[in-house]
Each structure stands twice: as C-alpha cells, then as structure tokens.
Design a binder for this molecule. Structure first.
Ligand SMILES: [Zn+2]
Length: 302
C-alpha cells in the first residue's frame, strides 16, 4: 500500500498490430513498411478502418472507469482516422504524438526524426485544434540526442523510457534508470539543453528489470506480472501503464509464426477485462488517474 495517494497515467498508443517491430519498421521486420503490407493485405494503399471499433471500446472502458487517458497517436494513423482522433480529444482525453511512421529512430537519424516529428505534430495539432506537448517513441526507442530536438519542437514531456534490460535483440539504449517521473535536467549531471522537459517512464518488473507496464506483457505474462511492477513503482512515486486498441480487437487474419502468436495471445475480451481489473486494483491502492500532460505539468512545477 503506497504511503500517500499516487498518480497513475493510463495511456494508449494509437497504432496497429502491424506496426509492431516484428511486422514493419525495423531491420528484421516481416514487411518492408506499411505501404507494402497494405498492398499485400488489402490490395490498397490504406487500411480498411479496423482501428475504430477497438478504440471506441477503450473510450467506453475509460468512461466506465471515469478515467481521462493519454493517446499517443501515430501520424500515419491520424491521416487515415482523423475523425477518430477528433473524437478522442472531444471526449476529454489527451492527444500526444507517436511519431509519423512506426520505424526505429536509428533508421531515421536526427534529420529524419525531426522531419517526421514536426510533420506528425503539425497534423495532430490541426486535427484536435490545440498544441501537442507529449511524445512517445515508436518501439520505445528513445536516444539522448532526441531530447533537445523534442524540446526544440515544443514538447514538454516524453513517455518512452522503459528501463528494461536488453531483450529479444532489442536494446532500449539509454542509461535512464528511474521508475518514476523526473525532470531531464535532474537526470544528467552535465548542463542539459532540454530545460525542464519531463520524463514519464514505464516501470519494469522488480529486480529482473523486464518489461511489465505494457499490455503486451499483461497478455503474455499475466496481469499479476504487470501489477507487481506498478505496485513496486507506486512505493516510490507516480506510475504509468500503456496498451493498444488492437489488443482489444480480434486476432489478425494472417498466418502467424509461433512467436507472433505469443505476441498476439489473449486479444479481445480477455484483455479488456484485464485492463479494467488493473485499473480497479490501482484505484483500490489509492491511485488517482491523471493524463500524462497533467502529471508532467505537476512534476515540472514541483
Ligand atoms: Zn507504437
């Protein structure tokens, strides 16, 4: 039981299962990019609209829980689903930026990253009619060189840091270690051009330092795994959990390898019930739900 009421962010990455690293956007992915996937899967240059239904399930779940969440929206998704993004904002949730294309930032480099960031942010701001100040990196790959670029583009916080050890060939690639939100200016001993930008990290499983505060691990390892990480983080501060709309939807109709089947297990009602149970448990521990933007502003002012 935490000693004082803690704040928890429930966040959602508005992207699809085919944006996962094994499918597109990394050097080892199954399709070169989403354009190739769309051509092969839909025989078209865009998806068929499957993201809307599970996203509305999340909006319904958040309404039932009385929670305002933070949705980190991919620019590509916003282009295909502008009305859905407007609906999310219209129902009182925060809209943050998840980059434009869901690719490893190392493939983009600093110039490509800045270009995609600026494009996605401009598109999202024009759809929701307000500034976009929060960022989450595709595949949670946050490099230190990205932080001044984020600051320069007007972002106030990042929510990408996962302090897990390298896993399945993926190195999160940063030296950040905190499980609770912090100001970047306090995390580095050298003078930091990112000023008062705030990080809202994703807690990991205690001691083992394995990913836990994400829907993927809730489905793969069970809700107790996720709750153990959140409970540990809440002992020392505020925390965050995130998941995806596709996790509440049906299993994709493609041939899947064993490993892909593992990543996509327990989609649909199982996951919806798990998220609701996790939120209710957090509330029973005294946690208060806030948006990532609200939490970042509070940390920045503290
Ligand atoms: Zn994503």
């Amino acid at each position: 039981m935490p000693p004082e009421p803690r704040r928890v962010v429930l966040s959602v990455d508005l992207d699809e299962w085919y944006h996962c690293r094994w499918a597109t956007g990394s050097p080892r992915s199954r399709w070169r990019d989403t354009a190739q996937f769309f051509r092969e899967h839909y025989g078209a240059d865009r998806p068929a609209g499957e993201l809307a239904e599970p996203t509305r399930r999340i909006l319904g779940l958040f309404d039932r829980l009385g929670v305002k969440g933070s949705f980190f929206v991919l620019g590509e998704v916003a282009r295909f689903y502008p009305d859905l993004v407007r609906e999310i904002a219209g129902r009182g949730h925060e809209v943050g930026c998840h980059g434009f294309h869901h690719v490893d930032v190392d493939l983009l480099g600093p110039d490509g990253f800045r270009r995609e960031l600026s494009e996605a942010k401009g598109l999202l701001a024009s759809i929701v009619g307000r500034p976009v100040v929060g960022y989450r990196a595709p595949n949670l790959l946050l490099r230190d060189w990205m932080i001044p670029i984020l600051r320069g583009e007007g972002f106030r916080y990042d929510a990408s840091v996962c302090t897990a050890r390298p896993l399945l060939g993926k190195d999160f690639g940063h030296g950040h270690v905190a499980a609770n939100p912090y100001r970047f200016s306090e995390a580095f001993s050298r003078p930091d051009p990112s000023g008062d930008m705030v990080e809202i990290p994703l807690p990991t499983f205690p001691v083992l330092r394995l990913p836990a505060a994400t829907g993927i691990l809730t489905r793969v390892a069970g809700r107790a795994w996720t709750l153990a990480a959140l409970r540990r983080a809440l002992r020392t501060g505020d925390a965050q959990y995130y998941f995806h709309p596709y996790e509440l939807g049906p299993r994709p109709r493609i041939r899947l390898s064993l490993r892909e089947r593992l990543f996509l297990r327990r989609l649909g009602p199982w996951m919806e019930e798990a998220v609701e149970a996790i939120a209710l448990r957090l509330r029973s521990w005294g946690a208060r739900f806030v948006t990532a933007g609200e939490l970042a502003a509070a940390v920045s002012a503290s």
